[in-house]
Design a protein around this ligand. Structure first.
Ligand code: LLP
Length: 411
């Protein structure tokens, strides 16, 4: 194996030897750089950057973002628990999502989170009732659907009329007035999120342009909003897509917000962690099918669902000193589904035993992992310079089966 492929200063082959495969490897420096880039680009506006926990909720990763001063965007009570355990600040935590349960709302209220991003009138009523019972006022913002096409994969586009998210633009004023009529709410902001993996800047700017006249109308009606939250971050380069320029995005936002006394909030996930992680996997077999070749590896769709679910592209590098010739193959896992693939028709040189690096697997990889086919979830390792440490041990079968086994005994 060669030492030339490294995460920071640690060769991938050494990491594979120590921790086994499949394993997610994260670079702390890449995370820090990505966060700092947001801070620099938006420095004129001093935004609150709330890392979207759903992208990767590993406690050590959350702790690192907290140490950089990040707030958090959560979508469940479980994610709030992660933020708290990691030492994140609930006063910098916002709660998004269309289906917040009573227990989750109560948990968030008792921990004094910064704001609920509310997505419907029934949710407003529920939060109002629970806040009343707790003798408090719930800080809320309404997620308004600007009806802008984010031009991304339909499963991760959220700002269109047909999507389940947000309150319709046409109903926004009425929704704010309704919120104002409820006694236990404190209306502090307005937010939107139009989609993820945005490769074009214009929908982001268009969404803000649509929301500003609404804010003016609200101000005229006597609402005093403190913040505007523009939702998730920009897309990242997985293959050869062009992605929005962060400083260009920041200056467009600064221009539009000039003269307004509104704090900016952002909820980036993918662009903070996506490029910081890779998935290391070992080739089990090379199989020559009748029509296709297959590189069968020890990682599968349960470790990285994005190719199967969104036809997403992830670069794959052979980081071994391979002696194999190049050929065209599908890179597939051991799961019993034809939909289990990490790459299709990829030109690759690989032989059994080689170590492959599946790139850009920091975001929506481990956080979307499952135990399908009773596969244990992979280990996660954080690298910092020459140091590295386990931040989640590989799951083992006895842990995986313990809950069910205890039920077997009680029957
Ligand atoms: N805020 C809200 C309300 C969101 O729904 C999301 C992502 C974000 C922020 C973070 O967006 P980002 O900066 O990461 O683009 N599993 C899919 C992505 C789902 C995104 C869901 N919402 C994927 O692997 O592409």
């Amino acid at each position: 194996m060669t030492d030339s492929f490294k995460c920071e200063q640690v060769p991938y082959c050494a990491l594979a030897e120590q921790y086994g495969t499949p394993v997610y490897i994260y670079s702390q420096q890449v995370m820090t750089d990505a966060f700092t880039q947001y801070q620099h680009a938006f420095s004129a506006l001093q935004p609150l950057i709330c890392y979207a926990v759903k992208a990767n909720g590993n406690l050590s990763i959350l702790r690192h973002f907290a140490s950089l001063g990040s707030g958090f965007d959560i979508v469940s009570g479980g994610e709030l628990q992660r933020v708290l355990l990691a030492g994140g600040d609930p006063a910098k935590t916002i709660f998004s999502g269309v289906g917040k349960s009573k227990a989750e709302i109560e948990f968030a209220l008792t921990n004094n989170i910064l704001c609920f991003n509310v997505e419907s009138l029934p949710e407003l009523e529920r939060i109002n009732t629970i806040a009343g019972k707790l003798g408090t006022h719930a800080p809320i913002s309404l997620r308004i659907n600007p009806n802008v096409d984010a031009r991304t994969h339909p499963y991760i586009s959220t700002g269109l009329k047909a999507n389940k998210f947000g309150i319709a633009y046409a109903e926004a004023l009425a929704a704010y007035q309704y919120a104002a009529s409820l006694p236990n709410l404190n209306i502090i902001g307005l937010d939107c999120h139009i989609g993820s993996q945005l490769t074009d800047l214009s929908p982001l700017v268009e969404a803000l342009e649509r929301l500003l006249p609404l804010i003016d109308q609200l101000t005229a009606l006597g609402f005093q909003l403190k913040h505007i939250d523009l939702g998730g971050g920009i897309g990242i380069v997985y293959h050869n897509e062009s992605v929005p320029d962060l400083p260009a995005y920041a200056s467009a936002v600064a221009k539009l917000l000039a003269g307004r006394n509104l704090k900016l909030m952002l909820e980036p996930g993918r662009s903070l962690i996506g490029n910081a992680g890779d998935l290391l996997t070992t080739v089990e077999y090379i199989k020559q099918g009748e029509e296709k070749n297959f590189v069968i590896v020890d990682a599968a769709m349960n470790d990285l669902m994005r190719p199967s679910l969104y036809q997403a592209y992830h670069g794959i590098l052979n980081v071994s000193e391979t002696t194999a010739d190049e050929f065209v193959a599908d890179v597939v896992g051991p799961i019993c589904e034809s939909g289990d693939f990490l790459a299709k028709d990829r030109t690759i040189a690989a032989k059994a035993g080689d170590l492959l690096l599946v790139q850009c697997a920091g975001a929506y990889a481990s956080s979307m992992a499952s135990n399908y086919n009773t596969r244990c979830r992979a280990a996660e390792v954080l690298v910092n310079g020459t140091e590295h440490r386990l931040i989640r041990p590989r799951e083992n079968l006895s842990e995986l089966l313990a809950n069910e086994q205890s039920c077997l005994r009680t029957i």
